[in-house]
Design a protein around this ligand. Structure first.
Ligand code: BGC
Length: 741
């Protein structure tokens, strides 16, 4: 009897069953152990190698940016690709890994899915201004669904870097200046991206950039960082910690140093904190070339030295630079890196390959049918539209200029309002601005009498003729809507700016339009809080639109017409001037704090500008008004095991139904380390109909009154506290509370 195909397949199946790691019913740990036994050192090192296969999101590798080489996949020399995407394209490469490599270990496909994949949501900074954790979670899961259909397993988000410097182009990617809110939002995004990672429609999140990357000096991208452990623990770490506690599968090192040692090789960050204190069980990835960049830092002499330091300092997967694959086997032979360290990293990476189901159903993520039906679907766009509405912050609304009736004769002025090429920022994954709704399109659809004029050109400069044309259009209008700010291209990585004032050409335009006496609404487009000082007096209303994504124009129309009543509150303070940066609400009093009315001499201040932000953290208007009353607690002294209930009544006293973010702050008056003048500890977003009032209750526990010492120990100290509640960090009522032992 000769061999038939049936016999051959049966034999292969029998062989497979013997390979425990291929048995879907075996526990993951056992499968990993079985697979590890079969892997050569070279194959293990291959798992640490992540190559770029698409758009450059950093400098090209020394050998140039190369298309995937199938033989490298066959040889098990690659564990993951970034920027290799699309259902068909990922499938093609996954097949080679699974069917043609010796052990059939699947690849991980990764990409920066920062605020949507095809359907682009508002930038994360804007989304955070909604203070709507459920919606933020949902937005992330929409992005996951679209990205996984295109074969992706992993996003490099959320960015959990706290920053108080709007010159830094990447503030657009984070959740603003507050550690507590940043943590809640980071965790919500992790939950939204990941789900439980079992349904093929969610992807792994990556908490980045660990740690304190938001503290780059003078907001300069890739710049130096010098923060104390006190600041690290109390200001920078809480959002990463919260996102890790929400189950983030991966973490990314930062480009910067901490205490003089690059994060990539920093044992305090990667072992003491991440592994020992945070009990992080996922795997770490370097940022783009951070291993080899340690040579530029002056921390490593050459590639081998850099690699040994990175791996011994907690490094696991290496993005782009590929020195692990070149030198790690040799370093292991020489005893410079122990095999135990390599094994630990490989096990963690393999765990997630199993967890995502890639060994059992390797092609589930590359789903052409789903890619077609779900990408940019009407329902995804509707969710993005709502997200955009709830992210726009109303900064000023004199004489209740807004909302506008749809029969208002509006003039829309501003080059960026019509230019789709300027709508999106750098981090838009596969978002296509041609499929987005510009301000012009969205507003034209709602205001039939709209007339448009450019007012300035693509570089935000203007000319007499552009101004005259704008004045001409303004003549017949009742209200002027002027889109100012920056092109979307100016937001994101490698987009730091020293000057963040409204461009001079736009200032001149506004000055000329102001002379017409017509009411002006400034629509500010930007991925950061800009210096608006020069234009606040030139506009009757100011709407901070940020970069709202695919549904920009529709959402703007909803907000301007009152179909959506603004309820966003800024999560980053707007500086009066660049010279005031960093400016943030949770600052520390010095020995010479500002006198209450700002008068007198010899205290911490500038002589030419105020200390306070132009628009502080937590600030944002609505078309209606809210009154706060009856701030009460159920106790004025409490002990560590008590819950303190804080109640406040909020009433809608205006003419429109609306939403308000009720914010609670505390201040610890004397402690073993100084504490900020205010710290956000709780908030609730309430919806109130005209005339309606609600009692909002916050239940504070001991945890809310604690903070960290230099070593990350939690301190809870008795003493006096102040509690503040209100609709912004600067507009609050207060009472006193005592914590007893
Ligand atoms: C950025 C990361 C990003 C990576 C991959 C780096 O330059 O700092 O945030 O995830 O590139 O695109």
């Amino acid at each position: 009897m000769g061999f038939s195909w049936v016999n051959i397949i049966a034999l292969a199946q029998f062989e497979n069953r013997k390979m425990l790691y291929k048995n879907p019913n075996a526990p993951i740990e056992k499968r990993i152990a079985d697979l590890m036994k079969r892997m050569t050192i070279e194959e293990k090192v291959g798992q640490l190698n992540q190559l770029n296969a698409g758009t450059l999101t950093g400098p090209a590798a020394p050998l140039g940016n190369k298309a995937p080489v199938m033989q490298e996949i066959r040889d098990g020399k690659v564990g993951s690709y970034l920027n290799l995407e699309g259902a068909a394209y990922t499938l093609k490469h996954q097949k080679v890994a699974v069917e043609e490599s010796r052990l059939g270990i699947p690849l991980l496909f990764a990409k920066d899915v920062i605020h949507g994949y095809k359907t682009i949501f508002p930038i994360p900074l804007a989304e955070a201004c909604s203070w709507d954790l459920k919606a933020i979670e949902q937005n992330a899961s929409v992005a996951s669904a679209e990205a996984t259909a295109a074969g992706l397993h992993w996003t490099f988000a959320p960015m959990c870097d706290i920053s108080t410097d709007p010159r830094w182009g990447r503030v657009m990617e984070g959740a603003g200046e507050d550690p507590y809110l940043g943590g809640l939002i980071g965790a919500a995004r992790v939950r939204g991206f990941q789900g439980d990672l079992s349904d093929g429609k969610h992807l792994m999140a990556c908490v980045k950039h660990f740690a304190a990357y938001g503290a780059v000096e003078a907001g300069k991208e890739y710049g130096h960082v010098d923060v104390s452990r006190f600041a690290l623990w109390n200001k920078y770490l809480p959002p990463y910690k919260a996102a890790i506690e929400a189950g983030a599968a991966t973490i990314m090192n930062s480009f910067n140093v901490f205490e003089g040692v690059p994060s990539t090789a920093n044992v305090y960050l990667n072992k003491t904190i991440l592994k020992d204190k945070f009990k992080f069980k996922g795997f770490a990835i370097s940022d783009w070339d951070t291993y080899t960049e340690m040579i530029n830092h002056g921390y490593a002499a050459n590639n081998q030295d850099a690699l040994a330091k990175a791996i011994n300092g907690g490094g696991m997967m290496e993005m782009n630079s590929s020195i692990s694959i070149q030198y790690l086997p040799q370093l292991i032979k020489e005893g410079k890196v122990s095999i135990k360290v390599l094994d630990e990293a490989v096990k963690r990476i393999l765990y997630y390959k199993f967890k995502l189901g890639l060994f059992d159903n390797s092609y589930r993520y590359s789903n052409e049918a789903r890619e077609k039906s779900e990408s940019l679907s009407a329902s995804n766009r509707a969710i993005a539209r709502k997200a955009a509405c709830s992210s726009m912050v109303l900064l000023k609304n004199e004489k209740e200029l807004l909302p506008l009736k749809t029969n208002t004769k509006v003039a829309l002025i501003g080059y960026y309002a019509k230019s789709k090429a300027d709508m999106f920022d750098f981090w838009v994954a596969k978002g296509d601005y041609n499929q987005a709704v510009s301000m012009f399109e969205g507003l034209s659809a709602k205001f039939p009498n709209l007339k448009y004029s450019e007012g300035y050109s693509s570089d935000a400069t203007t000319t007499d003729s552009l101004i005259n044309a704008a004045l001409e259009v303004a003549k017949n209008a009742d209200v002027l809507l002027v889109n100012i700010g920056l092109s979307g291209n100016k937001a994101g990585e490698d987009r730091s700016l020293a000057n963040i004032k409204i461009p001079l050409g736009q200032q001149r335009l506004l000055t000329e339009l102001r002379k017409t006496g017509k009411p002006i609404v400034a629509l500010v487009s930007s991925g950061r809080p800009m210096v608006l000082t020069q234009i606040t007096g030139l506009a009757d209303a100011i709407l901070q639109c940020w970069i709202p994504g695919t549904e920009t124009g529709n959402a703007l129309a909803d907000v301007l017409t009152g179909a959506y009543n603004p309820s966003a509150k800024t999560v980053m303070s707007f500086p009066v001037d660049e010279g005031q940066i960093p400016v943030y609400y949770n600052y520390f009093n010095t020995g010479r704090p500002t006198s209450a009315d700002g008068s007198g001499n010899w205290f911490a201040r500038y002589r030419d500008i105020p200390n306070e932000a132009l628009f502080p953290f937590g600030y944002g208007l609505s078309y209606t008004t809210f009154a706060y009353s009856d701030l009460k607690t159920d106790k004025t002294t409490f002990s560590k095991s008590d819950i303190v209930n804080v109640n406040i009544t909020v009433k809608n006293t205006g003419k429109y139904d609306g939403g308000e973010v009720v914010q609670l702050y505390i201040r610890d008056l004397a402690a073993s380390y100084i504490r900020p003048v205010k710290e956000l500890k709780a908030f609730e977003k309430v919806a109130l109909k005209v005339g309606e009032e609600k009692q909002v209750r916050f239940a504070l526990t001991a945890n809310d009154f604690s903070f960290y010492d230099m070593d990350g120990n939690t301190l809870l100290e008795s003493g006096d506290f102040e509690i503040y509640v209100g609709g912004s960090s600067s507009n609050v009522s207060k009472f006193d509370l005592k914590l007893i032992k």
